[in-house]
Every structure is written in structure tokens, then in C-alpha cells.
Design a protein around this ligand. Structure first.
Ligand SMILES: *Cc1c(COP(=O)(O)O)cnc(C)c1O
Length: 388
């Protein structure tokens, strides 16, 4: 019974081009991918790899336990301190993934009366941390609507709202109006939580993401080491009280094996590069501009984004899959993103740029796109902006 219901779900997904596929990749395969979050090209940096290897020799492969038992090493502690210093926050707690960090923070703070109010397009890991049945959320980046939602919340006297947004939105590449969110939070006596998975290391002159240009700090900042840092793992940056409370109560933190100390060493090496090599961001943004210039020449229907995430919104899931397939055949990797990851009828190819791309990689991609769209009029129509 259970299995036949599963089969039914799979068949239905197939019929509307929404079935997901898991594809293994060989180690050598990396050229010409536009589907990786390795924005700074640190995944293959010899210094990061070397730090990982040294850490393995020193600490062994696994951490052996959860952080409160014996899994938390001096390497973890130094990493947490370096991050707190870089971000200018009181404390940093390490988590095994950004998914765990987001879910952990939200579910734990709900225990003491925090009521989350989400930007609609927040990541699944944020949604999954919301405990209440009805999720309060506001239209994407719409501060006026956020204010209305806050005002209409039926809160008990012992409850406090928390606005939650991403810094750079993962499927759209646009940036949150952080100053206005902060201002609204202050006016409304609400807290502010920002997930800057895609901004950290990438945006701002120092690569501090949402923290680069603002003097204030959100109450909670989450970030991952799996994207621009090129490794894996994640963190929560916050004040002493929230950090202490999470250590006491956050189940993801308490009941899950700490990531390996060697990984902490690799992340430290990566952090050093993020801090001291702004030229990586320089190369990345040159690549972004090159990409956007070509896209404009071809009239492509790009979502407005100034970050490495450049979504080509084609609308129909079938078209998105076809285009991804044509690109794959031409030697380029770019993922078709479909419902429910993004709203219905906004299926897209999510191009992710990297400092590791050369000008030639981008030229070659557009040569291929040009050929594909000339041969496939239906795809051409789906991908381009038409003059009225
Ligand atoms: C990738 C991502 C996460 C999850 O981070 P992981 O470390 O990969 O688990 C959380 N939030 C956003 C916005 C993301 O894009």
C-alpha cells in the first residue's frame, strides 16, 4: 500500500517534468560546470586541501562524538573565534550543515516564544524549523507587507516576533533590503534573523555578505561553509544569551556528531583566503558582468541579480529540463530548478558563476546557448524577452 502510493507520486511527478534525478559525478569532471556554489574556487585550493590533510593526520578522520561530549576540538574552537572576530559578533556555534543550523535555531527559539515571520522565498531549511501550523510570511522583499503581517500577528504577551530573510536569495540571486528589515525589526520590537548562505565570502568588499556594509548586527546570522568556503559545515553567529541557550537546548547541536576537526582546519584555511584575497571576488564579479553582458545581447530572460546566482527563468518545467539537457550534451552543466523549490510556472536554469571560471568558459557557454536557441525555436521563445 505504502509502496504503491510512493509509485503513484513518482509517476505523477514524471508526468509534469518534476521528477528529480540523482546523478553521480566523477572526480575529474568539473570543467564547465555552472551549477556549483563554489563561488570563489576554493574547493580545489591546494592550501585548503593541505590543511584538511594535516588535520586528518593530527586529529583522525571523525570527531568521535557530539560537541558537548568530546567532539568539539581546539580546532573547532579556534575556527569559531576567528569567525566571531571576522563577523564582529559575540559568539559563533558550529553545525554540521546549514540545514541543521536553520532548523535548529528556529525550533529552539520557538520554545521561549519566538514567532517567526518569513520572507516567502526563504529556504526549505528555514520553513522546516517553523513549529507552528500556520506560517506567518510576507511577500518577497516587501517591507510594507512584512509590517502588515507583523501587525496582524495575534501574539501572546510573552511572545516575540522574528523577521527571517536570506541575505542573497538562493534561487533568485537578489539581495534582501537589510537596512529596511533591520529598521522594521527595531520599530516593531522584533528580532531579525538572516541566512547569508550565498552572500558570505561573496558580496561586499570584505566578503562579509550582509554584514559588510552595515554597522548593526542581526540577532541571528546563519551561514554555510559548503558554498563560497568550498568545504562543508555551517555556523550560527549571535550574541552570548542566544548562543548559551542554543548550547543548552538546540537538539541539532546537542545530539549530532560534530563535524571532523580536520574539516575545521580546512575551513580555517579557506577563511584565510576569503579574508585576504579580495581579488577572487574581483574575478568573480568580472565573470558575472561578462555573463550579464552576453545575456543582454541574446535578450535572455534573466532575473534581476547582481550576484553569482543568475537565473534564466523559462517558466515551464519541461522547457527548463530540455534546455539543461541540450547544454549537458554540449558539455555544460546547469541545473533546471523546478517546483516546489521555486513557485509553479517559474522553472529556471540557475547559472552559478565562480572566480574559477575563465573568460573562455563563459564565451563557450554562450556560443553553445546561441546554437541551441537557434535550433530550438520553442526554447528560444521561452528564454528570451519579447518586445511588445
Ligand atoms: C544551501 C543553503 C542552506 C543549507 O546549507 P547546507 O550547509 O548546504 O546545509 C541554507 N540556507 C540557504 C539559503 C541555502 O542556500
Amino acid at each position: 500500500m505504502l509502496r504503491s502510493r510512493m509509485q503513484q507520486v513518482l509517476v505523477q511527478a514524471d508526468a509534469v517534468h518534476l521528477r528529480r534525478t540523482l546523478r553521480p559525478r566523477a572526480a575529474a569532471h568539473m570543467q564547465r560546470t555552472f551549477a556549483s556554489n563554489d563561488y570563489l574556487g576554493l574547493r580545489h585550493d591546494p592550501r585548503v586541501i593541505e590543511a584538511f590533510q594535516r588535520g586528518l593526520q593530527q586529529y583522525g578522520s571523525g570527531s568521535g562524538a557530539s560537541p558537548l561530549v568530546t567532539g568539539y576540538s581546539d580546532a573547532h574552537q579556534v575556527l569559531a573565534e576567528e569567525l566571531a572576530d571576522w563577523l564582529g559578533v559575540d559568539r559563533v556555534l558550529l553545525f554540521s550543515s546549514g540545514y541543521a543550523a536553520n532548523q535548529g535555531v528556529l525550533s529552539t527559539l520557538s520554545e521561549v516564544g519566538m514567532v517567526p515571520v518569513l520572507d516567502r522565498l526563504c529556504h526549505a531549511s528555514i520553513y522546516d524549523g517553523v513549529q507552528s501550523e500556520r506560517i506567518a510570511r510576507f511577500h518577497h522583499q516587501n517591507i510594507e507587507h512584512a509590517e502588515t503581517v507583523l501587525r496582524q500577528l495575534k501574539m501572546q504577551p510573552d511572545q516575540t516576533a522574528m523577521l527571517v530573510s536570506e541575505g542573497v536569495f538562493s534561487m533568485d540571486g537578489d539581495q534582501a533590503p537589510v537596512a529596511r528589515l533591520h529598521d522594521l525589526a527595531k520599530r516593531s520590537n522584533a528580532l531579525l534573523m538572516l541566512d547569508d548562505a550565498h552572500g558570505l565570502g561573496v558580496t561586499g568588499a570584505r566578503g562579509l555578505g550582509v554584514m559588510d556594509t552595515t554597522a548593526y548586527r542581526p540577532d541571528v546570522l546563519t551561514g554555510t561553509f559548503g558554498k563560497a568556503f568550498g568545504v562543508a559545515g555551517a555556523f550560527v553567529a549571535t550574541d552570548h544569551t542566544i548562543a548559551d541557550f542554543l548550547v543548552q537546548r538546540c537538539r541539532h547541536f546537542i545530539y549530532s556528531t560534530a563535524f571532523p576537526a580536520a574539516q575545521a582546519e580546512a575551513i580555517r584555511a579557506s577563511l584565510k583566503c576569503v579574508r585576504s584575497e579580495p581579488e577572487r571576488r574581483g574575478r568573480l564579479f568580472q565573470n558575472i558582468h561578462r555573463f550579464c553582458d552576453y545575456a543582454a545581447q541574446l535578450n535572455l530572460r534573466l532575473a534581476p541579480s547582481e550576484t553569482p546566482i543568475q537565473p534564466l527563468v523559462v517558466g515551464d518545467a519541461g522547457h527548463a529540463l530540455q534546455l539543461a539537457e541540450h547544454l549537458r550534451a554540449a558539455g555544460f552543466e546547469c541545473t533546471a530548478i523546478r517546483y516546489p523549490t521555486v513557485p509553479k510556472h517559474t522553472a529556471r536554469l540557475r547559472f552559478a558563476l565562480s572566480a574559477a571560471h575563465t573568460a573562455h568558459d563563459i564565451d563557450a557557454l554562450f556560443d553553445a546557448l546561441h546554437v541551441i536557441l537557434r535550433k530550438e525555436p520553442a526554447l528560444h521563445d521561452a528564454c528570451t524577452v519579447h518586445e511588445a
